[in-house]
Every structure is written in C-alpha cells, then in structure tokens.
Write a protein of this length. Sequence first.
Length: 317
Amino acid sequence: MSPPTTHRLPAGVALGGAVIVGVLTAIQARINGQLGLRIGDGFVAAVISFGSGLVALAVLSAALPAGRRGFGALVRGIRNRSLPWWMLGGGLAGALTVATQGLAVAVIGVSLFTVGVVAGQTLNGLILDRIGYGPAGVVAVTMPRVAGGALALVAVGISLQGGVLDRVPIWMLLLPFVAGVGIAWQQATNGRLRQRVGTPLTATFVNFLGGTVVLTIAAAVHVALVGAPASLPADAWLYLGGIVGVIYIFLSAALVAHTGVLLLGLGVVVGQLATAFALDTIWPADAGPGWATELLMVIVAGSSVIVAVAPWRRPHA
C-alpha cells in the first residue's frame, strides 16, 4: 500500500488561520480582563479561565489516543526521573499571563497590554535563543533580531505617551512586559516537553494543570486577605477565556505544518495587534493612551516582530 497523501492547505488559507490565532489571543485577553473587572478580583478571574481550559483538556486527553499516549509518556518520564522538574513549570508563565490579563487589560486596554507582551517576548526570545535554551538549540543573535528588540522597546516608549503614567500605576504597565518574558520561556520549555512526550496536547495539559494549581493558591490567599467577590456575573461569554485559549493552542499546532514557524508567528502577531487596536477603538479602556497613540505603537510593535524574524539576506556579489 502507498503511504497516505498529506494534503497541504493553500498558503493563503493557512496564513489566514494564523491570523485567526492572533485574533483569538487578543479576544481572550479582553474576556479575561472584563471578567476580572466585573468580579473585582483578577486572581479569581484567572482561576475561572484556567480551570475551564483544564477541564476541556482533561476531556480531550482522555478521549483522544494521542492524549492517552502522551499522558503515559509523561507519567513514565516522571517515575523514572527522565523528565527534569523544570520542564513541568511552563504553567507558571501561563498563570502569570492570565492573571495579568485579569488585573490590567480592563484598565490599560488590549493594545497596551499586547505591546508590552510583544516587547518582553521579543527581548527574552533573543536571550533564550543565544544560550540555546529552546528545542532548536543555539540560534545566532543577528542584527535584524537586535533591531527588532529595539523597535519593541520603542513601541513601549510610545505607549507611555499621553499621560498614561499619571493615570496608571507603574506596576500595571510592567506586568505585560514581565508576562511577555514568561511567554518566551514558556514556549521554549513547552517545545522541549513536546519532544519528550510526543504530543502538544500533553504539554498543554501540563501547563494548564500547573497554572490552575498556582492560581488557585494565589486566589485563596487573596480572598483570605480581601474577601471573596460578592457575586459572579451572569453573562456566559465572560467564562469562555479558557476555552478560547485551548482552541487557539490546538489551531496553532495544526497550522504550523502548513505555514512553518516563521509565517505562523507573523500571522499571529498581525491578528493579535490588529484585533487589540480594533477592540480598544470600539471599546476603549479606562486608562488607554488614545486611538492615535495606540495605532502608532501597534504599527511599531508589529514592525519589530517582522524585522526580528524575517529572513533578511545579504545580496550576492
């Protein structure tokens, strides 16, 4: 029998799917931000978001053969200690990201949040590639990548114009940058864990499990100090953040074989930044810098990613 034929998606369709991943990422940030605002507790909102995603992943892991195989490999790796403990810690960065969404997005807006994340992710990505932490090993620090990191910092500087520092505490502006640093580390760690367990489904499940545990502890401490939320909102869409996260993670895993890592990353950033700007224009945040400043910083942040990852080549003599 001849091997089964692999049908590749048309390039435009695959790249459009990558843009959709970015759209879903920005939508998740807005959902979690609004849930945190309505509840009045970003930690409780983060637990709800991560917990719903964990339940969905548990069901998928039990139902799909790949999930069962991956979970078996995970258990064996833990038992014989072939999996180092730090490979199981990617959920810490995910927990930080979701908690930051719940604490900050409703105040500073999705655009400002996204620009901070892109800056932290780009700069830490340079460091992790240089030391060879990711599954691809050591990646050279080229001038385009350094220039991309510098542009990301320029975008952060633009985002602070218009009196933002007078309206927003500095810690709320630093959180997205720290979350971006964590996301870069999380992606590299997840890549190495996927190599060990053989499927992104199990690596994602480990992330959601660890993140849910950490966030539950943090929420319990916060509730003990300030009290529990008076009530939970009745709007069903506020509880979809975790499900949206699961969807775009799996969509990314399905598309990367058709786009490659470079095009997937570019499409995601384009969708994320464009949706962030659209959401903040239609639904302005309380302390956002204004649509003109947001448009400029989104353009600069998007350019930073293109400059950093595009395959620039010197002309041949």
